[in-house]
Design a binder for this molecule. Structure first.
Ligand code: SF4
Length: 180
């Protein structure tokens, strides 16, 4: 991708007109090549965000205004790439598909899903998070994202403390019509 950087446009509208480039690829190009704060919203990021903040309304994550607005605000940071990695790493290692490892999670104090499970007194699995050379973690108490590398902690700021949104706080917009 970096080798083609000169030939790829730097706007979403132009990128999405190119064959084979949809929302996710366009976001990846804008984020990695042009350092624009774009969210890499896939099923893993949507799972983490929906568990933490609450569920989306539309089946298609590309067109869900709540999820799109939420993810954009979360990665709106000078270190957007690291914030994206933090959320994706959390989803891969802790907030897994299936049973999340909530007792290992630095976000659990504010997590909607965790609070609901605790209220229902559902037993949570205790498991160790796999060791990794670098693990980007979304932290909770400081309301920032942290990047942990071999015990050291690097702060990656993200304004996600402002994101105590509810579904009703985010205006709904119509999904783009599909070509007939
Ligand atoms: S507390 Fe559990 S559900 Fe919530 S973000 Fe962490 S792992 Fe996911």
């Amino acid at each position: 991708m970096e080798e083609r950087a000169d030939s790829l446009p730097s706007s979403r509208s132009e990128l999405e007109q190119l064959p084979g480039i949809g929302q996710y690829i366009a976001s990846a190009v804008l984020l990695t090549l042009y350092n624009q704060p774009e969210p890499l919203v896939d099923v893993n990021m949507s799972r983490v965000l929906e568990r933490f903040f609450g569920s989306r309304k539309l089946a298609d994550i590309r067109y869900d205004p709540y999820l799109q607005t939420l993810s954009r605000r979360i990665v709106n940071s000078e270190r957007s790439l690291q914030v994206n990695w933090a959320i994706l790493d959390l989803g891969a290692l802790v907030c897994k598909n299936g049973t999340p490892l909530c007792l290992q999670c630095p976000l659990r104090a504010k997590c909607k899903f965790y609070k609901q499970r605790t209220l229902r007194q559902v037993e949570l699995p205790i498991a160790r998070v796999a060791e990794a050379t670098t693990v980007y973690v979304v932290a909770s108490s400081e309301d920032v994202c942290t990047s942990r590398t071999s015990g050291s902690t690097e702060i990656v700021s993200s304004p996600y403390s402002d994101l105590e949104l509810s579904m009703d706080d985010t205006p709904m917009v119509d999904a783009p019509s599909t070509p007939e």
